[in-house]
Design a protein around this ligand. Structure first.
Ligand code: NAD
Ligand code: WQD
Length: 339
């Protein structure tokens, strides 16, 4: 089976490429490198010892994508090619709607024209919005998103559902990720944010490596056990394995299926800082600051459906997540810039 990874040079795409190649699948990566580097593709080849077909292209460029799909003939498309910075999406909403929605429509059109019938989509826990009880279950209503990024995911899920309703041969798997962290155990690939990291774990890693002076913890007055927010952190290789299961599932089923990919176990910001310090023997300087706009006090996944239907279960611990993050960061202090 051949899988086209749109945005496959990015953080989750590159780890998924390793997982798919190790399972014996063929991989084609299409990326415009707007938030990644071609070095990541070379590293995927180094880790797996396998060749990856790769193309530099914007997924919004329909003529080019059609050409690539005719040339490579994939059986399934995984769509990672989104812009994902929540704060930036508030400042640049039109850029986010254009990129995230246009890429989805372009891929669907090219699939229809080349007869590709399986689509796996990188969705997010953000679609559950601000009004649901926790833990989140796939049947809960979507919406009340707090930012344009979240709304793009909500809208793309809707577009994909409508597309599948109109074509009974189409199979769509919506994967709602919780908080992916960690890196491949080789330390060769990992998360490489541009500029100041928005997310917690890359920030901690950059404090550890000396690129940032200290972490600011956004709020310690939440109604949680230590006052800091709690999230469902998932190792990126467990997440990557969820894509392998989803691709296999999409090949044998039709219609839309939705799965949460999380561990079901929340940790607070302070617990993450302490776990990183303990796993790696490094002190992380931090101070408490005000709450960040739009942050919810806590949420985590009910991931029973993925376990039952996809036969998927996370295997990595918080210690693994902290150790593998540091292994990547210490070997690549400036990310992929090192080559
Ligand atoms: P990432 O930025 O590392 O990867 C996205 C990749 O897509 C990058 O390589 C980027 O260059 C590419 N890309 C973006 N727009 C493109 C375009 N128009 N044409 C070609 N390539 C394009 O992000 P990630 O963390 O790997 O996330 C992958 C997907 O998962 C995104 O859709 C994101 O919204 C979603 N997601 C991520 C998280 C998270 O916390 N990392 C959580 C939930 C959902
Ligand atoms: C985690 C916790 C922060 C940075 C985001 C998106 C979500 C999904 C995953 C894509 C929060 C705290 C963070 C820092 C801190 N992405 N924090 N200091 O906000 O749960 O989720 O990424 O779909 O849609 O919103 O993740 O890593 O930014 O924050 O105290 O410098 O760490 O307040 O409690 P978040 P995060």
């Amino acid at each position: 089976m051949k899988i086209l990874l749109a945005g496959g040079a990015g953080y989750i795409g590159s780890h998924t490429a390793v997982e798919l190649l190790n399972a014996g699948l063929e991989v084609v990566i299409v990326d415009n490198y707007c938030n990644s580097s071609p070095v990541a593709v070379k590293r995927v080849e180094e880790i797996t010892g396998k060749k990856v077909e790769s193309f530099e292209a914007d997924i919004k460029d329909k003529a080019k994508i059609l050409d690539i799909m005719k040339q490579t003939k994939p059986d399934c498309v995984i769509h990672f090619a989104g812009l994902k910075a929540v704060g930036e999406s508030v400042k640049l909403p039109i850029t986010y709607y254009r990129n995230n929605i246009d890429t989805t429509i372009t891929l669907l059109e090219c699939m229809a024209e080349t007869g590709v019938k399986s689509f796996v989509f990188s969705s997010s826990a953000t679609v559950y919005g601000e009004e649901n009880d926790i833990p989140y279950v796939e049947t809960m209503r979507r919406g009340s998103c707090s930012n344009p990024y979240g709304w793009t995911k909500y809208m793309m899920e809707q577009i994909l559902e409508d597309a599948a309703k109109a074509d009974d041969k189409l199979s769509v798997v919506l994967l709602r990720y919780f908080n992916p962290i960690g890196a491949h155990e080789s330390g060769k690939i990992g998360e490489d944010p541009q500029g100041i990291p928005n997310n917690l774990m890359p920030y901690i890693a950059q404090v550890a490596v000396g690129r940032r002076d200290h972490l600011t913890i956004f709020g310690n007055d939440y109604n949680t056990k230590d006052g800091t927010c709690r999230r469902d952190y998932i190792h990126v290789m467990d997440l990557a394995n969820g894509h392998l299961k989803a691709v296999e599932y999409a090949a044998g089923n039709k219609g839309v299926s939705v799965f949460n990919l999380g561990t079901g176990q929340p940790y607070s910001v302070l617990e993450i800082v302490n776990a990183f310090e303990k796993a790696n023997g490094i002190e992380i300087k931090y101070e408490f600051g005000p709450r960040r706009d739009g942050d919810l006090p806590e949420f985590w996944a009910n991931a029973d459906k993925a376990e039952k239907i996809l036969n998927w279960k996370t295997t990595k611990t918080l210690e693994d997540m902290c150790r593998d993050t540091w292994n990547w960061q210490k070997n690549n202090p400036k990310g992929y810039e090192t080559e």
